[in-house]
Write a protein that binds this ligand. Structure first.
Ligand code: SAJ
Length: 452
C-alpha cells in the first residue's frame, strides 16, 4: 500500500466532518448496534445483510432481536433517514468511503473456524474498486486471518486503500452503552490507517482508544473471551467443590472476593452464546495452520460444556429426594436464551438440559419472555401457566421477569413438595425455604449422595 498525502487528508477530513459514507456489512448483534451508533453520531450509514427477513424487519421498524434501546434507535433512524439497509453488497461498497465488516465467524461441527461469511465478503471486496476507502474488520478472527485473507486485497498495486482490525468488544444486551464506554482496540496496518480509524471511532467511543499492531489486536480479542471462559470454568469447578463440602458458593465468593486480587466468577448451567464457546477454539486454530496444543484452555472449555450434565444430575437427585418419579414428572424450564435479557439461544445450555429431560420421559414445559425457542419442550408464554402443576422448576436464565416472581405464588401453583433448581441464584435460599421449596443450585444444595 502506498500513500498520497492528499487523498489521506481528504478522507480524514470527511471522517471528521461526518461526511464519509459508512457501510456496515453484517447486521447481527454487533453490526446493527455499531451501524446505529454511527447513525446516532451523525453519519449516513448503509447496512448490508444477506438475510432478507432481517432487512424487512428493519425496514418495517421492527427490532430483529432483543437489545437495550435497539427498537427506539431503529425508529429514530427511520425519522432522520440517515440509515438505509440493503442486500446488495457490491453496490453499497462502491458508494461508501468506510466499510466495516461485522459478519459472524462461528465454528463448524468438527470445531474448526468457519470463515464462509468472511470469505464471501472478501470476495465482494476484491471485485470492487477500493481506492480511497478505509476497510475495517470487527469480526473475531483466527490469528493470521487479517494478514492472510484481508491484506491481499487492501494492499493491491496502484490502489490506495487503508485497513485496520478493530475487534468488537460489546456485551450483547447492553451493546449501545458498551460501544460508548468500553475502551477500543485498533490494530493498524500502518500509521495512516490507524489515524483514520481512530478519528472514526472517536465519534462513538468515549473511552480510551488503544492503537496496536493488527496481530496483537487479533489475538487480544480471543484472549479476552478465553480469559472469561477459563474463569467461569474455575467458578463452575469451585461450585461443584462447594456442593461436596456442603457450603454455599455465594458465601464463599463473598469472602474470597474481599481479597484485592481475587475475583471469582459465577457458576451456572454452562457457557452459551455466540462468543465464549467458540473464541477459545479460534485462538488455538491459526489461519491455514495446525491447531495449537493447550491444556488449560481446552479443559476449561470442556468443563463448561459439561455443566448442563451436572444440572441434569441435580434435577434427578432432587426429584429422588422428594420421592418423585423422574419419568412422567413435570418440569418447568425458565429461560432458553443463553443469558439474561437477550433473545439469543445460540449454544444455550438449555438445549442439552431439555433434551436430556425429554429423553428420560419427563414432561417439559418451557418459558422465556424473549424467545419462543423451546428445544422440543412445550412453550408457554405465561410464566405462571408454565409452572402450573409442575414438580420442579429449573431457572436457567436470570431474566428480569423471573427476578420479580413471588415464590409463594409459584409454589401454590405447583404440585406438592415443589423443587426449585435455581442455577443462576435468582432467589435467596431462605426465601425459597419459607415458600416451601426444596432449594437446589449450582454451588449449593443439601442433596444426598450422587446417583448413577
Ligand atoms: N457466565 C457464567 N458465569 C459468569 C459470567 C457468565 O456462567 O460469571 C455465562 C453466561 O451465563 C453466558 C456465557 O457465560 O452463558 C457468556 O456470557 P457473558 O456475559 O460472559 O458474555 P457474552 O458472550 O454475552 O459476551 C462476551 C463478552 N466478553 C467478555 O466479557 C470478555 C463481550 O465483551 C464480547 O464482546 C462478546 O463476548 C463477543 O462478542 O465476543
Amino acid at each position: 500500500m502506498y500513500s498520497l498525502n492528499k487523498q489521506f487528508e481528504e478522507l480524514k477530513k470527511k471522517i471528521i466532518d461526518k461526511e464519509s459514507e459508512i457501510c456496515v456489512v453484517g447486521l447481527g448483534q454487533v453490526g446493527l448496534p455499531t451501524a446505529l451508533s454511527f447513525v446516532n453520531s451523525g453519519y449516513n450509514v448503509t447496512g448490508v445483510d444477506t438475510n432478507e427477513d432481517l432487512i424487512n424487519k428493519i425496514n418495517n421498524g421492527i427490532s430483529p432481536f432483543q437489545e437495550e434501546n435497539l427498537q427506539e434507535f431503529i425508529k429514530e433512524s427511520q425519522k432522520n433517514e440517515r440509515f438505509h439497509v440493503s442486500t446488495k453488497i457490491d453496490q453499497v461498497i462502491e458508494n461508501s468511503n468506510v466499510i466495516i465488516v461485522c459478519v459472524a465467524t462461528p465454528i463448524t461441527k468438527d470445531i474448526k473456524p468457519d470463515m464462509t461469511s468472511l470469505k464471501s465478503v472478501c470476495d465482494s471486496l476484491s471485485k470492487c474498486d477500493l481506492n480511497e476507502k478505509l476497510i475495517l474488520i470487527e469480526s473475531s478472527l483466527p490469528p493470521g486471518t487479517f494478514e492472510g485473507l484481508v491484506i491481499p486485497f487492501v494492499q493491491k498495486p496502484n490502489q490506495m486503500c487503508w485497513g485496520c482490525y478493530v475487534p468488537e468488544r460489546l456485551i450483547p444486551g447492553h451493546a449501545f452503552s458498551e460501544i460508548k464506554t468500553t475502551s477500543r482496540i485498533i490494530g493498524e496496518l500502518d500509521t495512516e490507517s490507524g489515524t483514520l480509524a481512530k478519528e472514526l471511532y472517536k465519534t462513538i467511543v468515549q473511552a480510551e482508544i488503544i492503537l496496536t499492531t493488527f496481530r496483537v489486536a487479533e489475538i487480544s480479542k480471543l484472549v479476552e473471551n478465553t480469559y472469561r471462559d477459563v474463569n467461569i470454568a474455575l467458578a463452575n469447578e469451585i461450585g461443584i467443590i462447594c456442593e461436596v463440602y456442603g457450603i454455599d458458593f455465594n458465601e464463599l465468593s463473598r469472602v474470597c472476593n474481599s481479597h484485592p486480587r481475587v475475583n471469582l466468577h459465577q457458576p451456572g448451567p454452562g457457557v452459551g452464546g455466540p462468543c465464549l464457546p467458540k473464541d477459545p477454539y479460534l485462538l488455538l486454530n491459526p489461519f491455514n495452520s495446525e491447531q495449537i496444543k493447550s491444556d488449560i484452555i481446552l479443559n476449561a472449555r470442556k468443563f463448561n460444556d459439561k455443566m448442563p450434565d451436572h444440572v441434569f444430575s441435580l434435577i434427578k437427585r432432587a426429584l429422588l429426594e422428594k420421592n418423585k418419579k423422574i419419568e412422567n414428572s413435570v418440569i418447568s424450564v425458565l429461560g432458553t436464551a443463553y443469558k439474561a435479557n437477550v433473545s439469543d439461544t445460540r449454544s444455550s445450555p438449555a438445549e442439552k438440559i431439555i433434551k436430556q429431560l425429554l429423553d428420560l420421559g419427563c414432561n417439559v414445559k418451557v418459558n422465556d419472555p424473549n424467545t419462543e425457542a423451546s428445544f422440543g419442550g412445550l412453550y408457554e408464554k405465561d410464566i405462571l401457566n408454565t409452572v402450573k402443576k409442575s414438580d420442579l422448576v429449573v431457572i436457567l436464565t436470570d431474566h428480569d421477569e423471573y427476578k420479580e416472581l413471588d415464590l409463594n405464588i409459584l409454589s401454590d401453583r405447583m404440585n406438592e413438595n415443589p423443587i426449585l433448581v435455581d442455577t443462576k441464584r435468582v432467589f435467596d435460599k431462605k426465601e425459597a425455604d419459607t415458600a416451601g421449596f426444596l432449594y437446589v443450585s449450582v454451588g449449593y444444595h443439601n442433596l444426598k449422595e450422587e446417583i448413577n
